[in-house]
Design a binder for this molecule. Structure first.
Ligand code: FAD
Length: 383
């Protein structure tokens, strides 16, 4: 294993792998990615794989829009099939006060070239004839949105990065980050190996606050348990339905493996690293699902799992250098919508590291210092 590197990336989820790949593409190949587990087995493995451009902040719309173009061409570019399904994201709104908010967000998205549009209940009935519409005031849909296989996408990035000379070490936890004279100088692994480096990029997903603390930095990223469930194959609903989201509750479902994947966050759950499935919340989720789409009453659950959102105070990530110590950067805290932005984040962080500023998308609204500056960038469309 290397004992020096120009860049050490902590974490080999979608972010660590996409950033490593982009650094190598842009000419910096002396990159070492250290992963405590295996590539793509963190939050990235637990994600629903959804990709959407329907956000409320310009930065997120731009990050998502750039990324969609990469997901659409990923198989050709990377030689990895990622199961892209652009069947749309359909938001259902049941609270009248959400209509002006979503219409304003639509105007932003459309100005940035995203083909999202308002849909009436009658139009919703055509897009998804299986949802109860009695309380629905309208919604929005974007036909370019959809979902992909997160593991294959991350492996695609990892393989491509390795081909360009990037080293990715698995079973290799970072347990120390040394700071001397106000600069990062090295990281230490659980096996006691010291890697000298002038630049560390933290991509440790829900664990990023803990890893940042190794360098004496407090990054406001907390884990929040989210559960996903997949039904047995059943044909009461067709496999060409869009990702359907009841915005008020956060309930979502989309076709998956002959059945459907669904989930709903528990707003009362405290932050924490409990990764067990909460059976009581599963029942609450199923009841909500059957109320919204009664055909699910005949479905059986095949599997379920828990993972962690990486929540920040404004539901947006920390992107860029932390300031002090020098040589420490972060790309984490995606608050449940990170996977889909991987391609754009990879490009932006590589540009920032190599050129001093991101050019693919202006990511300064998500600078880590915004919390102490009181310049939060709240995202409204959080699922
Ligand atoms: C149930 C669920 C559904 C989701 N659905 C979606 C969705 O539909 N669309 C979407 O875009 N996003 C979704 N997300 C969010 C998405 O999973 C994350 O935003 C994204 O995967 C974050 O990627 P990451 O690379 O930052 O983190 P991770 O994938 O967690 O990668 C971080 C890596 O760092 C490693 N690590 C941690 N500590 C150390 C250490 N000390 N040393 C070395 N390595 C370390 C971990 O093992 C891990 O592999 C969902 C998340 C969950 C939980």
């Amino acid at each position: 294993m290397h004992t020096t590197a120009e860049v050490v990336i902590v974490g080999a989820g979608i972010m660590g792998c996409a950033i490593a790949h982009e650094l190598a593409v842009q000419g910096l190949t002396d990159v070492l990615v250290l992963e405590r587990d295996a590539v793509g087995r963190g939050a990235t493995a637990d994600a629903a794989g959804g990709i959407r451009q329907q956000f409320s902040t310009e930065t997120n719309v731009r990050l998502a829009a750039h990324s969609v173009r990469v997901w659409e061409t990923f198989a050709d570019r990377f030689g990895s099939e990622i199961g892209l399904r652009q069947q749309g994201y359909l938001f259902l709104l049941t609270e009248p006060e959400q209509e002006p908010v979503f219409r304003a967000n639509l105007a932003l998205q459309q100005r940035l070239g995203v083909p999202a549009r308002w849909v009436t209940p009658d139009e919703i009935a055509m897009l998804n004839p299986h949802v109860e519409l009695g309380d629905v005031v309208g919604g929005t849909v974007c036909p370019e949105d959809g979902w992909v296989d997160t593991y294959q996408a991350t492996m695609g990035y990892a393989r491509a990065a390795r081909r360009l000379g990037v080293a990715i070490e698995e079973d290799c936890a970072v347990v120390g980050i040394a700071v001397e004279g106000g600069r990062v100088t090295s990281v230490t692994t659980a096996d006691g190996i010291r890697v000298a480096t002038p630049l560390v990029i933290l991509c440790a997903g829900p664990q990023t606050r803990q890893v940042g603390a190794l360098a004496g930095v407090d990054l406001p990223i907390d884990p929040s348990r989210r559960m996903s469930f997949v039904t047995e194959p059943f044909d009461a609903l067709p496999p060409d339905l869009p990702m359907t989201i009841e915005f008020a509750s956060g309930l979502y479902f989309h076709p998956e493996s002959g059945g459907f994947l669904f989930g709903m966050g528990n707003p009362d759950e405290a932050p924490g690293f409990d990764k067990t499935v909460d059976d009581a919340w599963m029942m609450t989720t199923v009841e909500r699902l059957v109320q919204r789409a009664p055909a699910f009453a005949d479905a059986n659950i095949r599997t379920g799992w828990a993972g962690f959102y990486e929540i920040t105070p404004d539901d947006n990530p920390l992107l860029g250098f932390v300031g002090e110590p020098a040589g420490l950067a972060v790309a984490a805290g995606f608050s449940g919508h990170g996977f889909m932005q991987g391609p754009a984040i990879g490009a932006c962080i590589a540009e920032l590291v190599l050129g001093g500023a991101a050019t693919t998308v202006d990511i300064t609204p998500f600078r880590p210092s915004r919390f102490r500056e009181g310049a939060l960038a709240q995202e409204h469309n959080v699922i």
